[in-house]
Write a protein that binds this ligand. Structure first.
Ligand SMILES: *Cc1c(COP(=O)(O)O)cnc(C)c1O
Length: 296
C-alpha cells in the first residue's frame, strides 16, 4: 500500500465567499491529501499509539468504531503499513452487506468483530479479545497519546500567521492537541459533529497541559446529529467545492466549513482576522451517500 506522504500537505489560501469584503483571510490546511485511505487527523492521532504497541511488542491492535468510521479504516490501513495485526470491534450486528468502509478495512487485513449496541456503549471487550498481548486504542483515538500525536499537526503550518484556527470535533482529541501546540494568541474554535454533547468541553480540558485554557466548542452546527445531514449542508458543500476546489465530508469538515462561513457572515471574526481551517480528511465517508449527491 501507498506510504503516508506528509509532503502533500499544503496550506491553501481560499477565495472564500464574503471573506474578502470583510478583510478576513481564510486558509485551509489540507490534511486530506496525505494518504488516500488514512486521511487527515487520524494518522497524527494514531502515530504514538502504534509506536507504543510496536515498542511493547504487542501482537495486535484492538480498537472500536461504527460501520462508517474513519478511525477504523485509518487504523486498518496504518496497521497494514506498519506490519501490525488489527482487530476492529464494530458497533451493532453484522449487516448482510458490509459497508464500503468495513469492506476496505477487511481487505486491509483487519479482523472485524461485531458486538451489540448495548455492549458497545459499555465498551465491553469480548472475552476472546481480552488478551494482554493486545494493545487497545480508544474509539476515535481519544486520549493523551492521541492528543500528543495531534499536536504534531501544528508543525505543518506557520502558527504565528493565524489569529484563529477552526477544526471539527468528534472526541475532541485533535482539538486538545491543537490547543496544546498553540499559545493564547490563537483562538481555537471547535465545531462539534455531535448533537448536544456537553461532555466534550471537560473531555478536551482533561487532555490539556494548561487546564485553565478556554475551550471554545460550538454546538449548533450538527444538522440533526452525528452523521446526519440536510439539503442545506449538501448544497453548501457543492458550492464550496465550486468556489474553492476543496472537497469536504458530510460528517465533519462540511459542517465545520459551513459553520465558519456562517460565523463570517455574522461578523463573529473581527476584521483583519487570519483563519486557518483544518481539513481533517474523512472523505471516504461520502461513499455512504446516494450516488450523485455530491459533485466531487
Ligand atoms: C475523526 C475525525 C474528526 C474528529 O477528530 P477528534 O479528534 O475525534 O475530535 C474530525 N474530522 C474528521 C474528518 C475525522 O475523521
Amino acid at each position: 500500500m501507498q506510504d503516508i506522504n506528509l509532503q502533500l500537505v499544503t496550506t491553501d489560501r481560499t477565495r472564500w465567499p464574503y471573506a474578502g469584503e470583510k478583510d478576513i483571510e481564510v486558509s485551509v490546511l489540507r490534511l486530506d491529501k496525505l494518504h488516500p485511505v488514512i486521511s487527515g487527523n487520524k494518522w497524527f492521532k494514531l502515530q504514538f499509539y502504534l509506536e507504543e504497541a510496536t515498542g511493547a511488542k504487542k501482537s495486535a491492535i484492538v480498537t472500536f468504531g461504527g460501520a462508517y468510521s474513519n478511525h477504523i479504516i485509518a487504523t486498518a490501513a496504518a496497521c497494514s503499513l506498519k506490519g501490525l495485526a488489527s482487530i476492529g470491534i464494530i458497533r451493532g450486528e453484522e449487516a448482510p452487506a458490509l459497508s464500503h468502509t468495513l469492506q476496505q478495512a477487511k481487505h486491509l487485513g483487519m479482523q472485524l468483530c461485531f458486538i451489540s449496541r448495548e455492549d458497545y456503549a459499555a465498551k465491553k471487550i469480548p472475552p476472546t479479545l481480552r488478551d494482554e498481548d493486545y494493545y487497545i486504542i480508544n474509539e476515535g483515538g481519544f486520549g493523551e497519546t492521541g492528543a500528543k500525536g495531534a499536536a504534531g499537526i501544528a508543525s505543518y503550518f506557520n502558527i504565528e500567521k493565524f489569529t484563529h484556527i477552526g477544526c471539527a470535533v468528534g472526541t475532541g482529541t485533535m482539538m486538545a492537541g491543537l490547543l496544546n501546540a498553540t499559545s493564547l494568541k490563537q483562538n481555537i474554535i471547535g465545531i462539534s459533529a455531535l448533537k448536544n454533547n456537553k461532555d466534550l468541553e471537560p473531555a478536551v480540558r482533561n487532555l490539556l497541559h494548561d487546564k485553565n485554557r478556554a475551550v471554545t466548542i460550538l454546538h449548533d452546527y450538527h444538522f440533526g446529529g452525528y452523521a446526519k445531514y440536510k439539503p442545506d449542508l449538501i448544497s453548501f458543500m457543492n458550492d464550496f467545492f465550486r468556489t474553492t476546489g476543496i472537497p469536504s465530508d458530510f460528517v465533519y469538515t462540511g459542517k465545520m466549513f459551513y459553520a465558519i462561513a456562517d460565523l463570517i457572515r455574522r461578523d463573529y471574526f473581527p476584521s483583519g482576522s487570519k483563519l486557518l481551517l483544518i481539513h481533517s480528511g474523512g472523505l471516504q465517508g461520502n461513499e455512504s451517500l446516494p450516488k450523485g449527491t455530491l459533485i466531487f
